[in-house]
Design a protein around this ligand. Structure first.
Ligand code: HEC
Ligand code: HEC
Ligand code: HEC
Ligand code: HEC
Ligand code: HEC
Ligand code: HEC
Length: 285
């Protein structure tokens, strides 16, 4: 077990850095094993999700009581079209599974999923199918099941592997380098919806900065405001995840990040996962 982790970390940082990095290595072992345990539930080790399932959210507050299956929302399909900011700020989805408390009535009035899934809005020449209705009967039932799909064998319109076949690759999460896909124009993100978003002057983007893990031999983290802003604007992070008035105000550690706080809000759920140590700890020692 120990040996396996050792060689995995060795792969990340190489033999020479290793010798200088013993304190960091020890912490890493503790952290990785800790993360493994935290991910396990009731003693059963949770399997790493398959690429299509990374970022999948099940929404299940009200459906079952109404005799319908809970709803599945796939981030991969939606984040290939829209910015995080559009949904999490303008439309107002919570950054927590089930946290929004979406009701069928909200969707029917054009909020939440119904902002786009209203049978009227058009993206890439496709009129987006409608969300909830008062009744599910006949043909409508099939539409309901496209979202109310937990436990149903629903044929998806968009197959993960077909849609993403030409996207740049990465090792973890969806197996896609989303950063690159956005930068090289493989995907073009919509950040504005008529009648929903407000045009406003964009704020000046802060410079990239390095965060020091304060452990000998552990590579610094380069945090790019510019790259993050393309997806998140400013408001997804400030002030809720990071107060962000002055660097250093928010104190955080890797353990808290593994618990799903700070960087871990996104980098354990939707953006590339924490297992990808050196994508953050990237500055050579
Ligand atoms: C089309 C809309 C949409 C887009 C685009 C979108 N999200 Fe989400 N996101 C949602 C919805 C809906 C939920 C579930 C909310 C609920 O259940 O109340 C969610 C949930 C989340 C959660 C909580 C996940 C969990 O397992 O608890 C995180 C974190 C998150 N989103 C981050 C992101 C990031 C980062 C991006 C951009 C890369 C993004 N989202 C893009 C709609 C969106
Ligand atoms: C910002 C716009 C937007 C929002 C908000 C949005 N979607 Fe979508 N969704 C789309 C578009 C565009 C498509 C692809 C077009 C189509 O096939 O109608 C799509 C497709 C889907 C599909 C089809 C998947 C398949 O392969 O058949 C499902 C399921 C889905 N969305 C669920 C949801 C759920 C659940 C919510 C709310 C929690 C939601 N969406 C919110 C824009 C949105
Ligand atoms: C675009 C996705 C989508 C489609 C399509 C959809 N729904 Fe929903 N619906 C949701 C979401 C999200 C919820 C909230 C789920 C939860 O918390 O359990 C929901 C909840 C509901 C509820 C729960 C009761 C309540 O008071 O909120 C009912 C009833 C419902 N939908 C009916 C329907 C019917 C009938 C259809 C088909 C005509 C349908 N929905 C199609 C997304 C969808
Ligand atoms: C992905 C999350 C994220 C996004 C998006 C983001 N920031 Fe930040 N911001 C941070 C983090 C992390 C820090 C450092 C905070 C800390 O260490 O307390 C920070 C710090 C700051 C600071 C203090 C800088 C300093 O050197 O003291 C300002 C000002 C700021 N952000 C403004 C913005 C603006 C303006 C935008 C949009 C253009 C933005 N941020 C987008 C995460 C983000
Ligand atoms: C609000 C969500 C969110 C938060 C919080 C967040 N990120 Fe990200 N980050 C993203 C998204 C989205 C991407 C695009 C790539 C992807 O999705 O895999 C990204 C990309 C990156 C990249 C690759 C791009 C680059 O700069 O080369 C690094 C490194 C990174 N994040 C580090 C961090 C660190 C460190 C923190 C905490 C200080 C953090 N992120 C907090 C959403 C977030
Ligand atoms: C999303 C970006 C990100 C990823 C991925 C990441 N880290 Fe970190 N790491 C950070 C940040 C941010 C800090 C805190 C920097 C500070 O103190 O300001 C940190 C700090 C640390 C520290 C210093 C001690 C502590 O607890 O703060 C260690 C050791 C560490 N990380 C190990 C790892 C290992 C091992 C992995 C892979 C399993 C990993 N990190 C993956 C962002 C990341």
């Amino acid at each position: 077990m120990k040996y396996v982790w050792y060689s995995e970390i060795n792969l990340f940082w190489g033999e020479n850095t290793m010798k200088k990095a013993l304190p960091a290595l020890f912490l890493c072992l503790v952290l990785i094993v800790g993360a493994g345990l935290a991910a396990g539930q009731g003693g059963i080790k949770k399997k790493r999700p398959l690429p299509p399932d990374y970022g999948k959210v099940v929404i299940s507050n009200y459906s079952e009581r109404a005799g319908l299956s809970p709803v599945v929302f796939d981030h991969w399909l939606h984040r290939a079209k829209f910015t995080c900011r559009l949904c999490h700020v303008d439309i107002g989805f919570a950054m927590k599974a089930g946290g929004t408390g979406i009701r069928a009535a909200d969707n029917m009035r054009g909020y939440y999923c119904g902002t786009c899934h209203n049978g009227k809005r058009v993206f890439d020449g496709i009129t987006v199918f409608q969300s909830c209705a008062k009744q599910s009967s006949g043909d409508a039932e099939e539409t309901c099941e496209r979202c109310h799909s937990v436990g149903k064998r629903v044929k998806k319109e968009y197959d993960f592997y077909k849609v993403t076949a030409k996207y740049p690759r990465e090792r973890f999460g969806n197996g896609i380098d989303w950063q690159k896909a956005e930068e090289d124009g493989t995907i073009k993100l919509v950040d504005y919806l008529d009648g929903i978003s407000i045009k406003r002057p964009s704020l000046a983007i802060q410079k990239d900065f390095a965060l020091s893990p304060k452990v000998q031999g552990m590579p610094d983290i380069i945090f790019s405001h510019k790259k993050h802003t393309a997806w998140n604007g400013c408001e997804v992070c400030h002030p809720e995840i990071f107060v962000g008035v002055k660097r250093g105000t928010t104190k955080y550690s890797m353990v808290e990040i593994f618990e799903g706080k700070y960087c871990g809000v996104c980098h354990s759920t939707v953006a590339f996962p924490l297992l990808d140590c050196q994508r953050c700890h990237s500055k050579p020692v």
